[in-house]
Write a protein that binds this ligand. Sequence first.
Ligand SMILES: [Zn+2]
Length: 373
Amino acid sequence: MTTDTNHDPNTSPTSDTSPPASDTSSTPDISYTPDTSPSPSIAPDKSPDLEPRQGIIEDDPIPLIRSHTDVIIRIYSRAFSAPDVTLWKNGPNDINDKGHVPGLHAAGVVTMVGSRCRRLKEGDRVIFSPLSPCRTCVFCKSVLHNLCPQRTALGIPPVDGTLQKFCVVSEDLCVVLPDNLTFEQGAIVGSYAFAFHVCRQARIKPGNSVVIFGENRCAKFCASAAKTFGATRVILIGRLDCNYYNTKPIDTPREIAKSILNRYKLNTGSHVVIEASGLDIYMNTGIYILRNRGTFVQAYTTAYGFDRPAEFPLRKACMKNLVFRGARGCLPEDFTASIEMLASGDLSMEEVKNIYEFGDTQAAFEKAHKKIN
Ligand SMILES: [Zn+2]
């Protein structure tokens, strides 16, 4: 995460010095692996001498409002996510004339509103969804903006992202940042919103057991979110935690599943499996862990390629009458629900670490890339 510490506090109607909420997610029911997720933060306005494709920080003039329902947001804190780091490492394939500015998730202050904006005003502290749907397709009309085939997203080429001073966003994609959350905390809400969306896709019910694969931030946030949905057993399985992967390469997914079920005394299998690692071994293991009529959710991950096919025990899944769902992006309601739960303390928020000044964005990218890999 990079944070802009050069801003004038007077431009913010509320203090952003509130202490972060303590992380109470380490409940006895949740087995956590060490935190290897990249951290987010903010940044200043001048770019150091960065090499092309290693993070572009623009000091552009204030942009123009494109629609009467747009707002202009002065960005104060930005959080890196996996697509940001992937683009930083590999370079975008489709860039605009002046290069590409990365950055999906951010928090800032509204500095200008369009003539038809009714909800926001200048000075409001906000976060926003980076997705920009077409609003005309069948998915948009069904309020499934994350599935819009024509959607664009801040930070995804050729659209510039949040690693700049200002962004133009539609008012209805913004959510007011509660007073007790800082800009830094607000910038990572997008990751919680995705976790919230994953758990909604899983249809988790009170009393359910949930097994989550992955040791990234997504997996950890899914574990926290699953508890808020009423799951009584939430088991987070990572490589370092279970020693099932790599140390026993000869084990089959069936054998790994049996070990996990015995270890956590899930005799009839779990109600839900959330796969957030992107690793084939866990995708397969999850099928064997689920009980009959269980639900498997594959959280969308770019970690191992967009189009790489995965080996999948389809026959076993059919025999168990499993439900399989995907999860990609999130909806405005996921942002709203997750930020309300974070502000109220119902959903625990991790401490924001590794905060970098805007001018140190290159170092922030390197740190994030190192942690992801
Ligand atoms: Zn659409």
